[in-house]
Ligand binder design. Sequence first.
Ligand code: ZN
Length: 192
Amino acid sequence: MNRNQVLPQVQISPEPSALKRVDFCAPQSYQGVGFLTIAQMPRLAEEASTVHPGDGFDWQMRTHFEDAPASDSHQILDLAINGRIHLICQRCLQDCAIDLDEKRRFILVSTEAEADDYPMDDEMQEPLVASQHFNLLETIEDEILLSLPLIPKHPDGFCEPHASVFGLDGAEEGADERENPFKVLKNMKKNS
Ligand SMILES: [Zn+2]
């Protein structure tokens, strides 16, 4: 049985309010594209060091039903995320653009128990519990957060050691760093 041939395909509205309530229990498949600003994803906004014009994430989603052997048809969600956020570079402590280009596949299951039973070692797809008011915005934000580097850094050779001289926020920090060797010397003299 191929339900895709009979099921209507619904276009998802890119409005954040609509993305928070997607009915994944309805007998229909979905597709949609949109763009989310950093401000529209509060947990991501907390991580951002600064927000430049154009920062944010394009997303694209599509669902289809897949026939699994000896069981009901499962709904598959494909999600692609592509965009930019600024984080603090852990090497030079300046803003650093982080570009993401991620693709994820999920399988929609009916219950938490079913999700818990899902094999952990399946790297192809992760389970999500379907509901009539599924928060797809939260899922998109989760995937962006999970894709951020643990230690954000400029590519090698692209740090900005002197940027703080011209900046306002970083000026004091930069000055302190340059003074450090002398402070250390002074302290050594005091202590000797
Ligand atoms: Zn850097």
